[in-house]
Design a binder for this molecule. Structure first.
Ligand code: NAG
Ligand code: NAG
Ligand code: NAG
Ligand code: NAG
Length: 388
């Protein structure tokens, strides 16, 4: 604001001497009138030039800030490795999905990075709006800033209100409406992956929801994911109407009945699989056309596609615990009254699984679904229950 005020000041200053020129009282009246009109005209012209200039100037500045900086003849810095590997300054952009996915699928063909790359876990929050568990996640993230990044996809109408001090501040990506069971849900997941792929340091990609919580401290989760030979995505061959029954013959030959897989949408994949998911044009059209409710595409598309392309890279299980035992179309949601030591003991002891082909009891790193009213109890006991 300062320079603007300053320039107005000098304009005002310039006005007075104009009026004061000459000893006007001695001239005849018509001449003085003429002089007066010429002055008015002059001032008018000056003002219209000024306003034209300033409106153009403001226009250029607000609409094309990039163009403006590019044409400035400043000293060109030589291209540097730091510029090439820097993550985007802001998560906002106006690339549509076509452009974004193309950009995100660019892959270096030389395997070794010519710089010290600290691989990060990208936590991708697929939400409708608010993140009620944010304070718990912040406690979980605290102190590990070099090892993670955050991306949030929410309803486009949602306006986040995180404080600048929050780990979630400015982590919103350009989003579109996503509906459960529809292709728009898979589009949102690919959009999250694509945005996260733009940061070359992201190596693992974890999809979570607003109802998810982390069950272990950051170091345990980081070690578990980074040392795994497999990516964690649920993928099983289920006979019956809710599994194979959703397959449509018209998907062959790209997808046969024996290829058909089902799994929960909450996955963890490495960079290679993330790129495969973003760049896919083989399976996508088949699912878009032939997997519509009661075929819930978000339960089948990625598990089936990845099982065809990279079966040996999949653990075929999810890292996210969920309780389907009550039956029905939705898993159980847990509130304040459920948050007890016994509840989590049961959860941790509930299953045996394989980790790098060895049996283990540590099968789940995340859990869902938790209601907002569970937050206080979770915060109170997080160090006891989860070690953070
Ligand atoms: C996205 O933008 C590109 C270039 O502007 C255009 O060619 C493409 O058709 C657009 N895609 C969609 C899905 O609108
Ligand atoms: C994380 O949890 C493990 C086991 O509960 C513990 O040994 C370790 O010290 C914890 N790490 C941090 C950084 O708190
Ligand atoms: C599906 O079956 C056809 C015919 O047997 C075969 O050519 C095709 O490769 C199969 N597709 C996949 C993805 O295995
Ligand atoms: C996951 O399932 C695929 C078949 O879809 C299989 O080839 C692969 O070995 C399985 N992964 C593990 C870790 O068992």
């Amino acid at each position: 604001m300062q320079p603007r005020l300053g320039s107005f000041g000098s304009l005002e200053d310039g006005k007075d001497p104009l009026f004061r020129t000459g000893n006007q009282a001695n001239r005849p009246l018509p001449l003085r009138l003429l002089q007066f009109f010429v002055l008015l005209l002059g001032i008018g012209i000056v003002f219209s030039f000024l306003s034209m200039y300033s409106s153009r100037h403001v226009h250029v500045q607000s609409v094309h800030p990039v163009v403006q900086t590019n044409i400035q003849p400043c000293i060109q810095e030589p291209m540097n490795i730091k510029d090439l590997i820097k993550p985007p300054f802001s998560l906002l952009h106006d690339m549509n999905d076509t452009v974004l996915f193309w950009r995100a699928s660019l892959v270096p063909t030389i395997k070794d990075y010519p710089f010290r790359r600290i691989p990060k876990i990208a936590f991708m929050f697929l939400t409708r709006g608010p993140l009620p568990m944010a304070p718990l996640w912040e406690r979980f993230f605290n102190g590990n800033e070099k090892l993670y990044s955050i991306y949030i996809h929410s309803l486009p109408s949602y306006e986040p209100d995180f404080l600048p001090s929050s780990a979630f501040y400015g982590k919103q990506i350009p989003s579109q409406v996503a509906e459960w069971g529809m292709m728009s849900m898979c589009d949102a997941e690919r959009r999250l992956l694509a945005n996260a792929l733009l940061d070359i340091s992201n190596e693992w990609f974890v999809l979570v929801s607003e109802a998810c919580i982390p069950l272990q401290n950051f170091s345990i989760i980081h070690r578990y994911i980074s040392r795994s030979r497999y990516s964690f995505i649920g993928a099983f061959d289920e006979p019956g109407p809710f599994g194979r029954g959703r397959y449509d013959d018209q998907m062959s030959p790209e997808i046969n009945l024996t290829n058909w897989r089902k799994g929960s949408q909450w996955f963890e994949v490495n960079r290679k699989l993330a790129i495969d998911m973003v760049r896919d044009t083989t399976y996508y059209p088949k699912f878009e056309q032939f997997c519509r409710p009661a075929c819930y595409v978000d339960e089948h598309y990625f598990p089936t596609m990845l099982s065809i392309e990279s079966p040996h890279r999949l653990a075929n299980r999810s890292l996210t615990w969920v309780d389907w035992s009550r039956g029905g179309a939705h898993p159980a949601t847990f509130g304040k009254a459920d948050i007890t030591e016994k509840f989590f003991e049961n959860m941790f002891g509930s299953e045996q699984c394989f980790y790098n082909n060895q049996p283990t009891a540590l099968c789940f790193l995340f859990a869902r679904k938790f209601a907002p009213n569970a937050l206080d109890a979770l915060l109170e006991h997080s160090s006891n229950f989860f070690g953070y």
